[in-house]
Design a binder for this molecule. Structure first.
Ligand SMILES: NC(=O)c1ccc[n+]([C@@H]2O[C@H](COP(=O)([O-])OP(=O)(O)OC[C@H]3O[C@@H](n4cnc5c(N)ncnc54)[C@H](O)[C@@H]3O)[C@@H](O)[C@H]2O)c1
Length: 353
């Protein structure tokens, strides 16, 4: 069998993780790179030995002989590029979030069904080794039935600006950017229960805190402190069929003492923390025990996580595996994210009966 010919759309920050992981996979030929910014596409193509460069993804789909593409563009183009690629007969790995709205997500799902091609949503944390280890414990019943999860990702100063803070291109702020990862991680480990209701809040209280001095933070390439129309922070309570619930809070800016990333799940036989460090909690002979797995990566390892995600995508395209993050899960995630925004703007609980 020949190599899988892959094209990358969007040659910004995260494309590096895709490109370096494809480059390490012996079954892949990085064939084309496309970016609205030609110099960026050119640089990446040169660095990773891609034969073709494009500034228009439609041209790339029409001209380059490709089997699959990775979409690493701003969130507003995820749906149109996914649909065009699927209809052109390509497999798709699309960065999170799947898109900006539930309506768009359903159109992408239709394109997957009509084309018979694979679409993997870039829920990279599902592919990380700490998640895989915990999943094994859960699948063997060690935690019992999981009825509560709690996920927090707080930045006190961390609105990256650029397209991230432009709602038209991003779809929202920390909820759609950071919340998507931690909500998905909990929901996946809880066994992907059906959502029944959502109560959410979003706040625009602090802006991007661009007046703050003496503390640096990551800024997008086109950072401009004057442009910011996304929420500073969000929190939500999501209820699932069977009574399980998920409590989540996220921020780009907040008067917090320090940044925080914690993801915890609780079942009727045991509990677990996956961030900041994998730990499993249970009972033995009437005694509470904290199990500390002895593994290389107790928390999310960026490089290893992406390598695992890309290798899994390649294997799935070649018919050796099934993706862990199919389009349906991307659709359910958009239901949750958009449900939180809807509840926040209406001031009411959103129900999915
Ligand atoms: N999985 C993760 O942990 C993770 C981390 C960071 C970003 N992301 C996701 O990756 C995506 C890109 O983020 P980034 O930080 O790399 O942004 P970025 O701004 O650094 O790069 C995006 C690139 O896409 C290009 N682009 C935008 N629209 C395009 C189009 N229609 N056709 C061709 N090129 C286009 C831009 O010119 C830019 O070079 C986002 O969806 C983001 O949510 C995921």
């Amino acid at each position: 069998m020949g190599k899988l010919k892959v094209g990358i759309v969007g040659a910004g920050s995260i494309s590096n993780m895709h490109l370096q992981s494809y480059a390490r996979n012996k079954d892949v030929d990085i064939t084309a790179v496309c970016d609205l910014n030609e110099n960026r596409a050119q640089d990446k193509a040169q660095q990773f030995g891609a034969k073709y460069i494009f500034t228009d993804y439609q041209q790339m789909l029409a001209k380059a002989e490709l089997d699959a593409i990775s979409i690493c563009t701003w969130n507003n183009s995820h749906a149109p590029i996914s649909i065009a690629a699927l209809d052109a007969g390509k497999h798709v790995l699309v960065e999170k979030p799947l898109c900006k709205t539930l309506a768009e997500a359903l159109l992408v799902q239709e394109a997957v069904e009509r084309s018979g091609k694979l679409l993997q949503v870039g829920f990279v944390r599902r592919y990380a080794s700490n998640t895989a280890i915990l999943k094994q414990f859960i699948d063997h019943g060690e935690l019992g039935s999981i009825y509560f999860a709690k996920a927090t990702c707080l930045r006190r100063l961390g609105n990256p600006g650029g397209w991230f803070s432009d709602k038209e291109r991003s779809g929202g702020g920390p909820l759609i950017d950071l919340g998507v990862h931690i909500i998905d991680l909990c929901w996946y480990l809880m066994g992907r229960p059906k959502v029944v209701s959502i109560s959410g809040n979003t706040y625009h209280q602090l802006g991007n805190r661009s007046h703050i001095q003496h503390l640096s933070f990551y800024k997008a390439a086109d950072y401009d402190a004057r442009n910011n129309n996304v929420e500073d922070s969000a929190n939500a309570l999501i209820r699932f069929e069977g009574g399980a619930s998920l409590l989540v809070d996220v921020s780009f800016t907040l008067h917090a003492k320090e940044d925080e990333l914690t993801v915890k799940i609780y079942g009727d036989k045991g509990g677990a923390e996956i961030e900041p460090k994998l730990a499993i909690v249970g009972e033995k002979y009437n005694t509470i025990v904290n199990l500390q797995p002895q593994v290389d990566n107790l928390s999310f390892d960026f490089n290893a996580g992406f390598q695992s995600e890309i290798d899994h995508f390649v294997d799935s395209c070649l018919g050796r595996k099934e993706t862990l993050s199919p389009v349906q899960d991307g659709v359910e995630m958009m239901k949750m994210l958009c449900g939180i925004y809807e509840s926040a703007s209406s001031g009411r609980e959103v129900r999915f009966d």
